[in-house]
Design a protein around this ligand. Structure first.
Ligand SMILES: Nc1ncnc2c1ncn2[C@@H]1O[C@H](COP(=O)(O)OP(=O)(O)OP(=O)(O)O)[C@@H](O)[C@H]1O
Length: 257
């Protein structure tokens, strides 16, 4: 049975999509079967893997609305072992359509039920808000990774997010085991980053991954080329740090020594 990980932070631009692509590619590189789900209508995850749907192609919207099957929607990517449920612009209409539908918070969990048997990891990229799509991701997840920039303004929404995670766990998803912070876009030249790194580690202790993802332009270039960083430049710090994150995760899960 695979693990479902939601990558969430309602703040925009915290590296949710970058982390989804590159953690997914690193886990696939470690021999795991990985499915990514793009729950963000901005389609950055799909585009970041070089996939753009035509108007008539079904994507995650059609899957959630049960207008297409998972088999019809899942695409192979340019990384062996890494598959994708792509987003499409139609998804922006889903929020309104889902609100009021039966089991609106649990549609993703329902449509992923058979995929959990087929993949080792399912990683869900979420939009920068705490609307019904993000709640669907939390309701389906076993774990949440929260990418966070070590800057004071980035910390502001954390309390709200942690409250929502607790509520989802209590009310609709008792399988949600926990959450962990991933420090992203760290710039050691900035004093604020150094101070905030210490503050985050002091406050959240073992809830923070040891691996930190530093600012690295190769991650931007790779996503513009529609590939994961380890395929674009395996020696770049960005690629290596996401490989290290994948190893840390596999160790936490007892999948490697
Ligand atoms: N470690 C990094 N170093 C440099 N640039 C990065 C890094 N991680 C992400 N970026 C860049 O920062 C921008 C925001 O990243 P990304 O799209 O992954 O964030 P997001 O949280 O998914 O955004 P949104 O909230 O809009 O969905 C992108 O241009 C991305 O290429």
């Amino acid at each position: 049975m695979g693990r479902i990980i939601a990558i969430a932070n309602q703040k925009g631009g915290t590296a949710k999509t970058t982390s989804t692509i590159n953690l997914g590619a690193s886990l696939a590189g470690a021999g795991k079967k990985v499915l990514l789900a793009d729950l963000d209508p901005q389609e950055n995850l799909s585009n970041g893997l070089g996939i753009k749907l035509n108007e008539d192609d079904p994507g995650v919207y059609e899957l959630l609305m049960e207008k297409a099957t998972a088999e019809e929607v899942i695409k192979e990517t340019n990384v062996p072992g890494l598959h994708l449920i792509p987003s499409s612009i139609m998804l922006s209409a889903a929020e309104a359509e889902l609100a009021g539908d039966i089991g609106q918070d649990r549609l993703l969990k329902w449509v992923l039920r058979e995929q959990v048997e087929k993949y080792d990891y399912i990683i869900i990229d979420t939009p920068p808000n705490l609307g019904v799509l993000s709640i669907n991701a939390l309701a389906a997840a076993d774990e949440v990774i929260i990418p966070l920039q070590p800057q004071a303004f980035a910390m502001a929404g954390m309390t709200k997010l942690l409250e929502i995670i607790e509520k989802v766990k209590r009310r609709i998803n008792p399988n949600l085991r926990g959450w962990a912070l991933l420090l992203t876009m760290v710039d050691f030249r900035r004093n604020e980053d150094k101070r905030m790194l210490k503050e985050v580690r002091d406050n959240y202790l073992e809830k923070v991954f040891n691996t930190e993802i530093r600012v690295n332009s190769k991650l931007i270039e790779a996503s513009r080329q529609g590939v994961a960083a380890r395929k674009y430049d395996a020696g770049s710090t960005g690629a290596q740090e996401y490989d290290a994150l994948a190893r840390e995760l596999l160790q936490l899960h007892g999948d490697i020594a």
